[in-house]
Design a protein around this ligand. Sequence first.
Ligand code: HMG
Ligand code: MG
Length: 298
Amino acid sequence: ELPKKVKIVEVGPRDGLQNEKEAVPAAVKVALVDRLSRAGFLNIEAASFVSPKWVPQMATSTEVMASITRREGTIYSALTPNMQGFEAALASRADEVVIFGSASEAFSQKNINCSIAESIARFESVARAAKDNGLRLRGSISCAFGCPYQGEVPLDAVADVVARMRDLGCDEIDIADTIGVSTARKTQAVMQVAAQEFHVDRISGHFHDTYGQALANIYASLEVGVSIFHSSVAGLGGCPYAKGATGNVATEDVLFLMNGLGIETGIDIDQVVDAGQFISQHLGRKATSRAGNALVAK
Ligand code: HMG
Ligand code: MG
């Protein structure tokens, strides 16, 4: 039996925009986040406090966090790879900080410039500071289904990082398909391994749609009890450290699926479609959400 209710975490303002070449003005990001807040999301990834040399597009994060209109009950999350990032997130009143590691050694080096073991050691102080300050803590695990640098990622490696993130005190753990290579059965195998280490209702699926498999992977995850999914309005995005990676699964497509399945999300798809049109117009290209574009054409 599928879950009756899911949480959709909108990651467009962060994962969606972090790879844009042209700087997106903070005011546009704020307008996007505010539209998404009004659409009803309970969790929006709005910022990333990383090195601006590594990811220039996220350099506006403090400004964005200072200017958004926060909706009561919505969690505004920020990526924090180290204490410098944590301090900035705390000062900007993030509700949740995200430590982000990888199940692939090769990707860990490329993305955050250290080994998996070093990253976990670095996250310890961030995790402790989050707890001390009463912030939610989320752990994100990249390349849980495959890696652009090392190819296969063993199930044991995923289980190991999930256990480490759990031991750091994460409230939620994201199992991420950074390069969108997973397919339904593989997805179930990885999610089941993760669920042996951590409560399935606090595991989330973060699927990029590079190979067009994201919705199938979400459905497969629902079948094994996962009920939190990440998505990006208009299908924006791609990771700067995963060559050829395209955007996250489009939020409009996920909502269309959930609505069809009768699974509650609390989100108004029409307002999300409008938000998708807004940001796509700003970027000067057509949204890649199939459901979004179909609804606009209607
Ligand atoms: P490093 O060079 O090893 O760090 O980078 P460092 O501690 O030696 O610092 C070097 C410089 O960076 C110093 O500045 C620091 O101040 C600065 P300098 O003295 O040279 O002028 N610095 C910072 N500046 C601002 N905020 C900070 C910060 N930390 C250091 N927090 C580091 C290590 C982790 C910082 C770097 O590798 C980095 O920023 N990486 C970011 C990578 C990234 O953001 N990737 C995309 C997000 S992850 C993702 O998209 C995947 C996900 O969606 C899931 C999935 O799909 O897989 C989550
Ligand atoms: Mg991602």
